[in-house]
Every structure is written in structure tokens, then in C-alpha cells.
Design a protein around this ligand. Structure first.
Ligand code: OAD
Length: 255
């Protein structure tokens, strides 16, 4: 049955009916209301910057310092940002036993900062670095300064890279299989703030759909899931989840 009536009431009911078998699938748009830019569309990063120069293995080989400076700039934006109502409500739903976890394409760590425990990161994390020589991984607490790029490995001194997935690279196997498992078991998938065009991530909600799950699509613009979702919410993430919090009696605290 397609959702009718106020979308927050419908989602609140579907969350209860899913009895804990709900999962969220998020993209850059979930962090847009926190001030983190998306990739596509007006004001998106790929309007201004070239992905092949800044988010590909070839670009990194050509100019690792330039790539690091761009990531350091994004880390600065993310550090200043605060989780919005969407991040916080998803974390609370997990704590209430109504959500299994969040599968995200984002690298910003805002779901974890909002309190989400099970966060499956399909595209890595911007706060982690990885040595291209010995494979050592570690967490950066601050964006590297201009005199610290390209970042070097504290173990072997080799060239390090951001531990994120670039164009042409495979997704981390463990994250992808955990995401597939969640999708196959889900009775409800809440898609928030993604264009859905990047594969294989974008196809994950379709996997759930094929297994009989309900699909809810929260996005102010039409996207890949428009027309196939059972409930299309044409609204920004923060105000929509604020209203959902009101209907479900979830206190937002600092958001
Ligand atoms: P995109 O930039 O492709 O899409 C962002 C989506 O968020 C669009 O559909 C917008 O309409 C929507 N949006 C914008 N503001 C919103 C708001 N306030 N609330 C809700 N939605 C909003 O970002 P992704 O789909 O995440 O990959 O992109 C997928 C991947 O492409 C990224 O993970 C990144 C990028 O290249 C890698 O870096 C590997």
C-alpha cells in the first residue's frame, strides 16, 4: 500500500510495523542541513572541482599534496559542522530498538557523532589515513596543515592517503557484505539525501525492495528512487526528522 496522509505519521507507523527491522541508507544530503556540501546539483562539490583530479588514484599519484589539501579543507568544514535532526533521530531510533543501523555513503562521521552505534561506511571515513606502503591505518584528529601534506605514515614514513573510496576503486568488502545483509533482512528502508547514482551503493535499497521491504525516500529533489519508493517525502532532511521526532516523542536535545 502506498503511503497516504502526513508522511511523518506514515513513517512513524511503518517504523512500528517493521518491529526493529528498519535500516537507514544515507548520502551527502543528510549532512547538507549541517552545512556540509553535497557532490551533485547546485552548490555541489563536483560543480566546482574535478573528481578525476581530487578523488581518483590517478589524481593522487599526480599530485598527492593537492588531494590532501582538498581533503583537509573538507575536514575543516566537517569539524565545524554539527549533526542535525536527521542524524540525531536516526541515532535515537537505533537506541529505541526501532532501527538496525545506518548504511552510509558519507565519510564525515556525523552519524557517529550523533550517537549512532551501527554505522556501515561504504566509502570510508575522512578522518582516517592509510599508508600506501605498509597499509597502517590511523585516525587524524585535526585537518593536516599545508606544511603537513602529503601526510606521511607514522610507522614507516611512507606516503599516506585518505582512507576513503575513490572513483574506480572497490568498496571495502566487509562494509559491503554487512550492508547487503542489512538490506536483505530489512522490512523498511529509509533513504535520506542521496542521488542514488553511484554504484554499487545506489542499488542497495533496490535489493531490499526486491526482498519485500518498504522504501521511504526523503529528498527535496526527485532522484533514482522517485516513483519506486512506497513513500516519497519531497522535503529537506532536518525539518522532516524534526517533525518525526515530534510525532514519536523523541527529544532532540542539542540539535
Ligand atoms: P549527491 O551529491 O549525489 O546527492 C545528494 C542528494 O541529496 C541529492 O539527491 C539532493 O537532492 C539531496 N539533498 C540536498 N539537500 C538535502 C537536504 N537538505 N536533505 C535531504 N536531501 C538533500 O550525494 P550522494 O548521493 O551521497 O562518492 O553521492 C554518492 C557518492 O558520490 C558520494 O559518496 C561520493 C560522490 O562522488 C565517493 O566519494 C566515492
Amino acid at each position: 500500500m502506498l503511503g497516504s496522509g502526513d508522511p511523518v505519521e506514515v513513517l512513524a507507523e511503518w517504523l512500528r510495523e517493521a518491529a526493529g527491522l528498519a535500516v537507514a541508507f544515507t548520502g551527502a544530503g543528510v549532512s547538507a542541513d549541517s552545512g556540509v556540501p553535497t557532490f551533485r546539483g547546485p552548490g555541489g562539490l563536483w560543480q566546482k572541482y574535478k573528481p578525476e583530479e581530487l578523488a581518483s588514484p590517478e589524481g593522487f599519484r599526480r599530485d598527492p599534496a593537492l588531494v590532501w589539501r582538498w581533503y583537509a579543507w573538507r575536514m575543516g568544514l566537517i569539524k565545524k559542522a554539527r549533526p542535525n535532526a536527521a542524524h540525531i533521530v536516526l541515532a535515537r531510533l537505533e537506541a529505541m530498538g526501532l532501527l538496525m543501523g545506518v548504511v552510509t555513503q558519507n565519510v564525515d562521521g556525523l552519524h557517529q557523532r550523533a550517537g549512532s552505534k551501527r554505522v556501515v561506511e561504504l566509502h570510508g571515513n575522512i578522518w582516517r589515513a592509510r599508508c600506501t606502503v605498509c597499509g597502517y591505518r590511523w585516525v587524524l584528529t585535526n585537518p593536516p596543515g599545508d606544511d603537513e601534506v602529503p601526510v606521511k605514515c607514522p610507522m614507516c614514513g611512507g606516503l599516506a592517503r585518505p582512507d576513503v573510496v575513490w572513483f574506480g576503486e572497490s568498496l571495502p568488502e566487509a562494509a559491503l557484505s554487512e550492508a547487503i545483509e542489512l538490506m536483505e533482512h530489512a522490512a523498511l528502508v529509509i533513504v535520506v539525501g542521496t542521488s542514488g547514482v553511484v554504484e554499487p551503493a545506489g542499488s542497495l535499497p533496490l535489493l531490499a525492495l526486491r526482498s519485500g521491504a518498504r522504501l521511504v525516500n526523503v529528498n527535496p529533489e526527485p532522484n533514482r528512487y522517485t516513483g519506486i519508493a512506497h513513500l516519497d517525502v519531497r522535503e529537506r532532511a532536518d525539518p522532516f526528522f524534526r517533525r518525526l521526532a515530534g510525532v514519536m516523542g523523541i527529544l532532540l536535545g542539542q540539535a
